[in-house]
Design a protein around this ligand. Structure first.
Ligand code: NDP
Length: 412
């Protein structure tokens, strides 16, 4: 028996829900809870409309509120809580899991709302509490973070004695035919991209100006794309768990149009995350004006396309992988492992585009690893700290097959 509660009903959660239902032999009871119950019910309807006959419970919960979470967990009694809400809710959900004896999985590390800053220290601080409670917490189980760490663990287990150079490369060569849109939650996405770059070299972290370092990299089946060095959370755990790494970097592609819009958004002050005061008429009494506090980036999110609606006209594909250089039997080797995912295939299966798909599928596989007893150990862990082999086997079965290139030119 495995009883799973998923929090969130957005793009990533939709894909994870489809995949959970497709693996009904593993997941016997399933509930979706989110800020708005109607959104959960709509998701269940879209699953049933695709012909899956699976009983899914739904509930309303504000995941910022530990007491509400505890009441829900004590009522449904899930074995595992899958957090596919936003990074802001990681700590409240972990707190409630501890209080109610539930295990935990997420896809993005904690970020305080008032500071665009992410690092694992907040969640790693729960390690002892989860250990003492005999509970497992699996952190960062999407694609990147997630599969990027599992690829690295697989490379370390099977192909290298010593990993020395690691470059995670993330290309979205898709086109959604909108002037500007983000592929996952716009608020989280813009906060991440406008941060300073950061990479690891010879035991030190080196900061760069936002998107200042870039070069053209060649992606399989896609070709050359300008790729920008960014800070990405999995580097923090990977350089800790693989101390032989001399340099660890993360690269992501952006089109020129996206960058031009992003520049305008920043220059107009619309990426601000502090509150501004604004006087506006009341929605139901327009003659009455009130002063409200608005966070410009949250307002921008409200007017941008919803990433969940991008799928229908999205063509092209993503290509995400790890380019690794290191030693095996005293000789230097290179290794490139990657997945390409077509947006239209993701849409046909789940109604969501490829970025939600490449995140939701690994979230389900991590959930499966836990439920099958393959990834269970008390404490708080990043994905590379578990056995990568059963996860890698499922990637091939669940729609994200991987490919390897041995001793090729890494370009990096
Ligand atoms: P969405 O904004 O589409 O979905 C978030 C969901 O969480 C929405 O249903 C939202 O409710 C719900 N939610 C937000 N706040 C609360 C709250 N306080 N209580 C309950 N529910 C809440 O985001 P995505 O699906 O695009 O992304 C989900 C997560 O996946 C994010 O944390 C993101 O950072 C992560 N991610 C990870 C990636 C990886 O590779 N590791 C890649 C892409 C994303 P409502 O619908 O009412 O707004």
């Amino acid at each position: 028996m495995s009883k799973v509660l998923m929090i969130g009903a957005g793009g990533v959660a939709t894909v994870a829900a489809f995949k959970i239902v497709q693996n009904a032999d593993v997941f016997t009871e399933f509930m979706i809870a989110s800020r708005r119950k109607a959104k959960c019910d709509q998701l269940v309807k879209s699953i049933h409309d695709k012909g899956y006959n699976y009983d899914i419970k739904t509930a309303q919960v504000d995941a910022d509120d530990v007491e509400q979470l505890k009441a829900l967990f004590n009522d449904f009694k899930p074995e595992l809580v899958v957090n596919l809400a936003l990074p802001y809710q990681d700590l409240t959900i972990m707190e409630a899991c501890l209080a109610c004896g539930c295990n935990y999985l997420d896809t993005a590390n904690y970020e305080p709302k008032d500071e665009a800053h992410f690092e694992y220290s907040w969640q790693w601080a729960y390690k002892e509490k989860f250990e003492q409670a005999g509970l497992t917490a699996i952190l960062g189980c999407g694609f990147d973070p997630g599969v990027s760490g599992i690829y690295t663990a697989y490379a370390a287990k099977h192909h290298f004695d010593e990993i020395q150079y690691l470059d995670i490369v993330d290309c979205n060569a898709g086109n959604h035919h909108k002037a500007f849109a983000t592929n996952f939650n716009p608020e989280i996405n813009i906060r991440e991209i406008t941060q300073k770059g950061l990479y690891y070299e010879d035991g030190k972290w080196i900061e760069t100006e936002p998107l200042a370092v870039h070069k053209t990299l060649t992606y399989p089946n896609i070709g050359g794309r300008e790729s920008y060095l960014m800070h990405h959370e999995e580097l923090e755990s990977l350089v800790k768990n693989y101390p032989t790494i001399k340099r660890g970097r993360f690269w992501m592609t952006f089109g020129q149009q996206y960058l031009t819009y992003l520049d305008c958004i920043e220059n107009l002050g619309m990426s601000r995350i502090d509150e501004i005061e604004y006087e506006a008429p009341l929605a139901d009494k327009p003659e009455q004006k009130v002063k409200v506090k608005i966070v410009p980036l949250q307002f921008l999110k409200a007017v941008l396309p919803n990433p969940q609606d991008l799928g229908e006209n999205y063509d092209g594909e993503t290509s995400i992988g790890c380019r690794i250089r290191g030693l095996k039997d005293g000789k230097e080797h290179t290794y490139y492992i990657y997945n390409n995912c077509k947006h239209q295939e993701a849409y046909n299966e789940t109604g969501m585009q490829g970025v939600s798909y490449t995140t939701g599928v690994p979230a389900m596989i991590g959930t499966m690893m836990f439920c099958k007893g393959l990834w269970r150990k008390p404490g708080v862990w990043n994905v590379e700290e578990f056995d990568p082999d059963p996860f890698m086997e499922q990637l091939n079965k669940q729609g994200l097959p991987w490919h390897e290139v041995f001793d090729g030119d890494l370009e990096l």
